[in-house]
Design a protein. Structure first.
Lengths: 327, 334
C-alpha cells in the first residue's frame, strides 16, 4: 500500500467501514445518555433477534452488490418461503423435509435469475424485479390469508432461548443469522469464490481475462442470495409462527440500505460483510431509539434511513473523487 | 408486396400494438359486451372507457419515466412521489378548501421531488437507481408525516372531478393524460429536444462534446418525471377521494418501468418511443381488467406481469436473439 492509498493512516477501502462504526458508536452513546435502560445487554441482543432475517438477507445482498449487481427479489422470495413452509406443515409434511426443500427452492430461484443475468446479459435490476413479481404472485396463488404454524418443532424453535448470562438470552433465529454471517465472512475472504466476486466488482472484463470463472461465480452469487432469502424466510416463519403473502414487503430496500450504510460501494468491488452487520445494527438502533423516545412516530424510521442513505452515498462519491484526484 | 409487410413487422410499435389487440380480442371473446360503448348520463360508458380512465395515471408517469430512461436514467421514487403529492393535496384541501391552491401545492412539491432526484444524479453524480432509492425509502415516511399517519378522506366535491369527472363525454383523467402526452410529443418532435435526449442516451460524453447541454436537460427530465408523478397522485387520490400515504402509488414505479419496456424503449437509453409507452400502459391496464373478468384473484396479476417482463426482456436481448436464430436455422442446414 503506497501512501496515496491511505487517508489519515487508514487503508482507503476501510474508510467507509470506519465511518459506519463511528456512527454506530455515536448512536449508542446518544441512546445511553438519553435513556437509562439503553445500555442493558438484552437491548443489544434484541437488535440481532428482531433483525435476524434482515441480517441474513443483507449478507446475501452484500455479495450481489459486490459484483456490481442488485437483487430486488429477496423480500418476495422470503415471503414465498414462509408461505410454502406454512402450507406444507399445515398439510402434515415433516419439517425435516420441508426445511431442506424450501432452501433448495430459494437457491434454484436465485440461480435461475443469475443464469438469465449472465447468459443473456440482462440487467440484474430488471431480472430480479420480474423475480420479485413472480415470487409475490406465487404467494397469493398459495393463499391470500395468513397461515398459522402450529407444528411443535417450529413452536419449540420459536420459544427456544440460549442463555448467555443472567437475564440475557439469544433466540434460534439470531444464532442462525450469526452463523450465516460467519460463514459469509469466511466465503468472502478465504475462498476462490470470494476472490472472484471482488474481482468481478472491480472489473468483470479483467476478471474474465485473468481466467476467473466469471459466469459461474455470477450465477452462484444470485443463488447464494436466493438461499439467504429462503433461510431468512424460515427464520421469519419461526419468529412470526405464520406464513403470509404480505410478510417482508419492502425488505429488499432495507437490505440494500443496510449494505450501503455498511460501507459497500454500489459500483461493486469494495465492501465487507462485517460492514453490512454494522449497517443492519444501525437500522435496528434507529428503530430502538424511536421506540425508546415514545413520542416519535414510526415513520421517522424511514425518513432517518433515507437521510443516512443520502449521507453515505454522498460520502462515497467524495471518497471516489478524492481517489481519482490522487491518482 | 413483401417489403411493406416486412416494414410493418419491423415497425417499433408493431408488437406492442399486436399484444394490445390480442388482449382486447381475448376479452371480447370471453365477454361479448366488452367492446360495447354506450352513452349514459351525459358521457360515454363501457369497459374500454373504463380502461382509458384507469390507465391515465400510469400513462402519465410512464411518459415521464420514458424520457428519464431514454437519457440513461431511472426513477424508482415515482410511487413515493404519488403518495407525497396526494398527501399534500388532501391536507391543503382539508385546511383551505381551495382547489387551485391544493393542486398547485401538490404539483409544486412533486416538481421539487423531481428536481431533488435530478440534482443528486446530475449534481452529485450518483447512479440514478440509488439517487432515487433515497426518495423511495424516505418518501412514504414524508407522506405519512404530512398526513400524520392517517388515511385522509377528502370531503370536497370539486376535487372529485379530477379522477371521476368527464370532459367531452370522456373521463377527465384520460383527456388530461392525452393532452399532456400530446403536448410532450409535439415538443419532442418539433424542437431538437427529442434529438438531444437520444444523443444523451446513446453517449452522454459525446453529446456533451457536441454541444448538447446534457446536465440541465437531464435535470429537467427528472423534474418533469416528478411532475407527472404529482399529476398521477392527484388523479389517484381524487379517484378514491382519499390520500393513503402507505398504499397510494404502491408498485407504480415497477408498472411504469414495465410500460416503458413493453413500448419498446431500451432500458440502456437512447432509443425511446412515447407512443409505445402509451400502448404499454394500456396493455398493463387491459391485462388487469382481463384478470378481474377471468375471476382469478387479482393478486395473481403479478405473475402475468412478470411473465410479460421476461418475454420482452429476452426478446430485447441480442444474446437471446442470437441463440434463437441458431435454433431456427439449424434444421435448414441439415
Amino acid at each position: 500500500m503506497s501512501n496515496s492509498a491511505t487517508l489519515m493512516g487508514l487503508d482507503r477501502r476501510l474508510v467507509p467501514l470506519a465511518g459506519t462504526l463511528a456512527l454506530f458508536v455515536a448512536m449508542v452513546i446518544f441512546g445511553a445518555v438519553s435513556y437509562d435502560a439503553f445500555l442493558a445487554p438484552q437491548v443489544f441482543l434484541n437488535l440481532i433477534i428482531d433483525n435476524a432475517f434482515l441480517l441474513i438477507v443483507a449478507v446475501g445482498m452484500t455479495f450481489v452488490i459486490l459484483t456490481g449487481g442488485i437483487d430486488l427479489s429477496v423480500g418476495s422470495l422470503l415471503a414465498l418461503t414462509t408461505m410454502i413452509t406454512a402450507s406444507l406443515l399445515q398439510k402434515g409434511s415433516s419439517p425435516w423435509l420441508v426445511i431442506p426443500l424450501v432452501l433448495v427452492i430459494g437457491t434454484l430461484f436465485g440461480s435461475a435469475q443469475g443464469f438469465l443475468i449472465h447468459r443473456y446479459r440482462l440487467q440484474p435490476f430488471i431480472v430480479t424485479l420480474a423475480g420479485m413479481f413472480v415470487a409475490r404472485g406465487l404467494c397469493y396463488l398459495i393463499d391470500t390469508e395468513s397461515i398459522p404454524v402450529t407444528h411443535p418443532v417450529f413452536q419449540e424453535l420459536a420459544y427456544a432461548r440460549l442463555p448467555l448470562g443472567p437475564g440475557v438470552a439469544i433466540s434460534s433465529g439470531a444464532l442462525i443469522a450469526v452463523a450465516t454471517t460467519l460463514a459469509a465472512i469466511w466465503m468472502a475472504h478465504a475462498t476462490r469464490f470470494g476472490r472472484t466476486v471482488y474481482a468481478i466488482g472491480g472489473s468483470a472484463r479483467s476478471a474474465a481475462l485473468m481466467g476467473l470463472p466469471v459466469g459461474s461465480a455470477l450465477v452462484r452469487v444470485y443463488a447464494f442470495s436466493g438461499f439467504c432469502a429462503a433461510l431468512a424466510g424460515l427464520t421469519m416463519t419461526v419468529y412470526m409462527l405464520s406464513g403470509y403473502s404480505l410478510h417482508a414487503v419492502g425488505l429488499e430496500l432495507d437490505a440494500i440500505a443496510a449494505v450501503v450504510i455498511g460501507g459497500t460501494l454500489l459500483t461493486g468491488g469494495v465492501g465487507y460483510v462485517a460492514g453490512t452487520v454494522v449497517g443492519v445494527l444501525i437500522l435496528g438502533i434507529i428503530q430502538t431509539l424511536v421506540i425508546f423516545n415514545g413520542t416519535l412516530s414510526s415513520w421517522w424510521t424511514r425518513i432517518v434511513v433515507g437521510i443516512l442513505l443520502l449521507l453515505f452515498c454522498v460520502a462515497q462519491k467524495l471518497i471516489e473523487s478524492r481517489a481519482e484526484k490522487s491518482r | 408486396m413483401r417489403a411493406p409487410m416486412n416494414n410493418l413487422l419491423k415497425h417499433a410499435l408493431f408488437w406492442p400494438a399486436v399484444t394490445l389487440l390480442l388482449l382486447i380480442a381475448l376479452n371480447a371473446a370471453m365477454n361479448p359486451g366488452f367492446l360495447a360503448i354506450s352513452w349514459r348520463d351525459g358521457h360515454f360508458y363501457g369497459n374500454l372507457i373504463d380502461i382509458l380512465n384507469r390507465a391515465a395515471p400510469l400513462a402519465l408517469v410512464s411518459a415521464g419515466m420514458t424520457l428519464v430512461i431514454a437519457a440513461r436514467g431511472l426513477d424508482i421514487s415515482v410511487g413515493a412521489v404519488v403518495a407525497i403529492a396526494a398527501a399534500v393535496a388532501a391536507v391543503v384541501i382539508g385546511s383551505s378548501s381551495n382547489l387551485g391552491f391544493a393542486i398547485s401545492a401538490a404539483l409544486g412539491v412533486a416538481l421539487l421531488c423531481g428536481l431533488w432526484n435530478g440534482a443528486l444524479v446530475v449534481g452529485v453524480g450518483m447512479q440514478p437507481i440509488i439517487a432515487t432509492l433515497i426518495l423511495m425509502v424516505a418518501g412514504r415516511g414524508i407522506a405519512q408525516l404530512i398526513t400524520n399517519g392517517q388515511i385522509l378522506t377528502v370531503y370536497y366535491s370539486p376535487y372529485d372531478f379530477l379522477g371521476n369527472g368527464f370532459l367531452f363525454g370522456l373521463p377527465f383523467a384520460a383527456v388530461l393524460a392525452g393532452a399532456v402526452i400530446t403536448l410532450l410529443y409535439l415538443l419532442l418532435n418539433l424542437t431538437p429536444l427529442g434529438l438531444f435526449i437520444r444523443a444523451i442516451g446513446i453517449n452522454p460524453m459525446a453529446a456533451r462534446i457536441a454541444g448538447v447541454r446534457a446536465k440541465p436537460i437531464t435535470l429537467c427530465l427528472y423534474a418533469f418525471c416528478g411532475l407527472t408523478a404529482g399529476l398521477a397522485g392527484l388523479i389517484i387520490s381524487s379517484n378514491v377521494k382519499s390520500a393513503d400515504a402507505n398504499n397510494a402509488g404502491q408498485l407504480l414505479e415497477l408498472d411504469a418501468i414495465l410500460a416503458v419496456t413493453l413500448g419498446g424503449t431500451a432500458l440502456t437509453g437512447g432509443k425511446f418511443s412515447l407512443a409505445g409507452t402509451v400502448l404499454g400502459a394500456l396493455i398493463i391496464q387491459t391485462l388487469t381488467s382481463t384478470i378481474y373478468s377471468l375471476g382469478v384473484p387479482p393478486e395473481v396479476n403479478l405473475v402475468f406481469k412478470a411473465a410479460l417482463i421476461f418475454i420482452v426482456m429476452l426478446l430485447q436481448s441480442p444474446d437471446f436473439r442470437a441463440s434463437l436464430k441458431k435454433l431456427a436455422v439449424r434444421p435448414a442446414e441439415r
